[in-house]
Design a protein around this ligand. Structure first.
Ligand code: GDP
Length: 297
């Protein structure tokens, strides 16, 4: 059966924050995620992250970790929320300093607020001669969002996703915010988490990127994800490295599911392969019945 989500306090251990990047189109979300992905080098390991699996983890120089959802924009955020997935701990909202607070900036802010997710503002493109970060901060103040420079409590940092200026400091502020949240999870239980993306690969079959949120996923585990199930045959991290197990806040791509679950589907590990198959089959049947019903209407 599916294990309940209750853990004794003594079983909980600190975990990395999971961060989503949102903001208006062209304000630099993709550039920021690309910069962090390329520049991050884990101690002793050279080169940036080469795989694009929908999420990645970075380790800062001081050893602290952050997990990024690598799908910029609030569509992914809202799609996941619509499926009941609470994945994001902190939202970085990117605002271009040579532009204004735009409609999608406001939407991103209200999505984060509706989900009670703390915001860290990244005031981007400060390398541009026409950049005016103060104008942006004033605009935020006008929306009752007082950033630190303006005597408020909301974190913000001026950055350039092009030159990298300010990005380390931005990430430090994300970690400060994370500290306040006291994020914890129990690594010693059957894994649960959320599907980030999934697709059918010609050579490898169904590849699903999942984010372990609680527990530890191991090769050989029976996974139930939405209407799909299967035994985990292989796991890879965002560097394409094969791994044997993955703990809380770790994004990994897995092989072995019998289909492609949807982004935002929850996954569980069950003791029994047959039970996982039965539940998945029941869910598919329910979905088919529902779609027949909506077609009739
Ligand atoms: P997104 O739509 O929010 O993902 O924005 P992109 O990351 O695609 O950036 C939009 C455009 O702005 C691209 O042409 C980027 O090269 C450019 N851009 C992004 N960040 C910066 C920056 O910090 N400085 C400058 N000069 N250009 C930037």
């Amino acid at each position: 059966s599916i294990e309940e989500d209750v853990d004794a306090p003594e079983d909980l251990q600190a975990r990395a924050p999971i961060v989503t990047v949102m903001g208006h189109v062209d304000h630099g979300k993709t550039s920021l995620l690309d910069y962090i992905r390329k520049e991050n080098v884990i101690a002793g390991e050279s080169g940036g992250i080469t795989q694009h699996i929908g999420a990645y983890g970075v380790t800062l120089e001081d050893g602290q970790k952050i997990t990024f959802l690598d799908t910029p924009g609030h569509e992914a955020f809202t799609a996941m929320r619509a499926r009941g997935a609470q994945v994001t701990d902190i939202a970085i909202i990117v605002v271009a300093a040579d532009d204004d607070i735009m409609p999608q900036t406001k939407e991103a802010i209200s999505h984060a607020q509706a989900a009670s997710v703390p915001i860290v503002f990244a005031i981007n493109k400060i390398d541009r001669p026409t950049a005016n970060p103060d104008k942006i901060k004033e605009g935020l103040a006008g929306m009752n969002l007082l950033v630190e420079d303006w005597g408020g409590k909301i974190q913000s940092h001026d950055i350039s996703a092009k030159t990298g200026q300010g990005i380390n400091e931005l990430l430090e502020k994300v970690l400060l915010e994370a500290e306040l949240l006291e994020l914890k999870a129990n690594p010693d239980r059957l894994a649960t988490g959320t599907v980030v993306e999934a697709f059918l690969d010609k050579g490898r079959g169904y590849v699903s990127t999942i984010l372990v949120q609680s527990g530890t996923l191991e090769i050989g585990d029976y996974v139930l994800a939405g209407t799909c199930s299967g035994k985990v045959k292989a796991m890879q991290d965002e560097r394409g490295k094969n791994i044997e197990k993955a703990g809380p806040a770790t994004p990994i791509s897995i092989l072995g599911l019998d289909g492609a679950p949807q982004a935002g589907d929850k996954f569980n590990v069950l003791d029994d392969e047959r039970e996982a198959k039965q539940i998945a089959a029941k869910r598919s049947q329910l979905q088919r019945e529902q779609s027949v019903r909506t077609q009739r209407h």
